[in-house]
Design a protein around this ligand. Structure first.
Ligand code: GTP
Ligand code: MG
Length: 633
């Protein structure tokens, strides 16, 4: 650690728990450090703009002092250009209403890229808050032969400098010691932010060069491997081909790897169902357990392996550093519809769920670009659609190979994802046109060095996904299933009924009413029932179909899994029409409410719901009618 004498200010001692803010350029390891300090599990990935909100945690130092700590979005400078950078600026400069400015700023820098990172350090230093510089990623720097004289750097900057490795156990120790060395802390307030003019920038730049010349040796090897990989991956012809092949392989894997674990879960759920049926007398409670809970929530649970496989690939791509490259490759394509390559990462996040996608649009500088990106994010195929797609595909698309190596089911899934992307691009094009054209801005994105995915990140990421999925199944899906079971079971069938009791139930009446609206696109009343709870969350539709069909089965038939039932009772045009519906329909309340929050207006979520319903109905109508015409009912 580089020690320096810091003049102790004559301010009163701090009486509250001190707040430490982690600040630095994007992708320098702030969140990794935050997680290491606090034991939290915030998302860490190898591209700029992962963190988009302030996150708070706490820890105590070896000397027993308690600290609060803030993880902030990365920023290149304090003159914010994007909404996420603005959060960072406002927090450190004490501009947020009702929030104290931090008592200590830990400026995290990427030791392999001091030239870029030091600018921000100098800028923050002008705020005059107590500061520590954390030279992070020294492990990578050492491997590359970059040597930094930490003592000298501390002298030049007038602040303690510590070396950290945020991804290694114990890699935060030196920072903790430095914090203890600062104890006791005093009250401090930041200097007002001064607007920096061109002269200021020039001066800062000169200062950076001067310091660099004093403290760092030239690197022997500056990420040679990264360059070599990029020559292939960013190649104008090879690049896009590699991207397409990668995407394609992912969807193939989702189907071909998932079979065995899915069968196991299915067998487990069926086994429990048979057991309950055997152990209990026929009655309401048994029906609730078997048809409501196992038939409903159980049929969603089966899709866990597919979701995990999809995320396995997404997490690897995120962590190794490939994502910003893909953004570059697609920049031209996206430019064609008036979007910038910046929109790529928010849109890609939407494959997990539109909500983080909509929020990640904060990293987009141009307000119109940001709005268009938000509006099309829900057209990206979120993971909640996967169970719906997978169910219908498994029921209607035969499990065979095309050209000897592609699974037909995987291919159909790929087409569905592609349909989402293509329509998003078309919508973006139209919106850009109607909002008035504006000039396209060049894409400026930092390309991080590649590294192997950290197994721990990967495992944690998958575990988080697993938890999210299971808790959805256990909470919202389960609740809706019980509600739906209730609505589908009462009032019972009248005297001399010719249909199963559900036909006469409240849900049945609702479904039959909706059928008037949806019959033109091929939906029967059972599907119509499932669409309603499916509005809350898409996967619920699968569970709802599970419950509805379980209740539609007569007598003592053994609980059959959903796939063969729908294969037997729907026509292919109906199945295709439902797939088309799910590509477009805005079946997710939470997304709409996040859009409302992010755009600060009710207008945009309404517009979104409107255009998506219109698209969904039209697409399903065309799909249904055309396939009826071509293949018959
Ligand atoms: N080898 C090595 N990798 C690191 C270290 N610290 C972080 N990383 C990796 O660097 C990448 C970025 O880490 P994050 O913690 O997400 O960076 P961040 O500063 O929070 O990024 P933003 O939220 O985008 O501003 C991840 O892939 C981490 O695994 C380190 O000390 N050594
Ligand atoms: Mg972060």
């Amino acid at each position: 650690m580089g020690a320096v004498d810091i003049a102790v200010p004559q301010a009163p001692l701090l009486s509250r728990t001190p707040m430490v803010a982690l600040l630095g350029n994007p992708n320098c390891g702030k969140t990794a450090l935050f997680n290491r300090l606090t034991g939290a599990r915030q998302k860490v990935a190898n591209y700029a703009g992962v963190t988009i909100e302030r996150k708070e945690g706490s820890f105590s130092s070896p000397a027993g002092h308690g600290f609060r700590v803030l993880d902030l979005p990365g920023a290149y400078s304090l003159s914010a250009h994007t909404p996420d950078e603005a959060i960072t600026r406002d927090v450190v400069a004490g501009l947020r209403a009702g929030e104290q400015s931090p008592d200590v700023v830990v400026c995290v820098v990427n030791a392999t890229n001091l030239r870029l990172n030091l600018r921000l350090v100098l800028e923050i230093k002008r705020l005059g808050l107590p500061m520590i510089l954390a030279l992070n990623m020294v492990d990578v720097a050492k491997k590359r032969g970059i040597e930094i004289d930490a003592d000298r750097l501390a002298q030049e900057l007038g602040m303690p400098v510590v070396e950290t490795v945020a991804v290694q156990a114990g890699g935060e120790k030196s920072l903790l010691r430095a914090l203890d060395a600062m104890w006791p802390l005093h009250e401090s307030a930041p200097q007002p932010l001064a607007a920096i003019d061109a002269v200021g920038v020039e001066e800062t730049q000169r200062e950076v060069r001067r310091i660099l010349a004093l403290v760092s040796s030239d690197a022997r090897d500056t990420g040679n491997l990264t360059e070599k990989i990029d020559n292939v991956v960013l190649h104008p012809v090879l690049g896009p081909v590699i991207l397409a092949v990668l995407m394609f392989l992912v969807f193939q894997a989702v189907f071909s790897w998932a079979n065995v674990p899915m069968d196991m879960i299915k067998a487990g759920v069926d086994g429990v169902g048979t057991m309950v049926k055997g152990a209990m007398a026929d009655g309401l409670l048994r029906s609730l357990l078997v048809e409501g809970i196992l038939g409903g929530a159980g049929s969603v649970l089966v899709f866990l392996p597919q979701i995990l496989i999809l995320f396995f690939f997404i997490l690897i791509l995120e962590d190794c550093g490939y994502l910003p490259r893909a953004a570059f490759l697609l920049d031209r394509l996206m430019g064609g519809v008036g979007l910038s390559g910046r929109a790529f990462i928010p849109l890609l996040s939407s494959f997990a769920c539109a909500i983080p996608g909509v929020m990640a649009a904060r990293t987009i500088q141009n307000p119109r670009d940001r709005l268009v990106t938000i509006m099309i994010a829900p057209l990206m195929t979120c993971s909640a659609r996967l169970p719906v797609y997978a169910l219908i595909i498994a029921a209607f698309i035969p499990e065979r190979e095309v050209y000897g190596f592609m699974s037909l089911q995987g291919l159909v899934l790929f087409v569905l994802y592609f349909a989402g992307i293509a329509s998003a691009m078309a919508v973006a094009y139209v919106m850009k046109r109607t909002m008035g054209a504006n000039s396209k801005q060049p894409l400026m994105l930092e390309l991080p060095a590649y590294h192997w995915p950290h197994m721990q990140n990967l495992a944690l990421g998958l575990w988080e996904r697993c938890k999210i999925f299971l808790s959805r199944v256990g909470t919202i899906i389960l609740t809706l299933m019980v509600l739906l079971w209730f609505l589908s079971s009462f009032p019972g069938a009248p005297e001399g009924a010719t249909h199963p009791p559900i036909y006469y139930s409240l849900a049945g009446i609702l479904g039959r009413g909706l059928e008037y609206v949806f019959a033109p696109i091929g939906f029967n009343w059972q599907i119509c029932i499932a669409l309603v709870p499916g509005l809350a969350a898409r996967e619920v539709a699968v569970g709802a179909l599970g419950t509805v069909y379980a209740l539609s089965q007569s007598g003592e038939e053994l609980a059959q899994s959903l796939t063969p039932i729908i294969a037997g009772s729907w026509t292919l045009p109906t199945a295709l029409s439902l797939l088309a519906w799910y590509v477009f329909a805005p079946q997710c309340m939470s997304t709409l409410s996040v859009v409302r929050r992010e755009t600060n207006s009710i207008r945009y979520p309404l517009m979104m719901a409107g255009y998506m319903f219109a698209l969904a109905y039209t697409a399903s109508f065309l799909t249904y009618r055309i396939s009826l015409f071509l293949i018959g009912g």
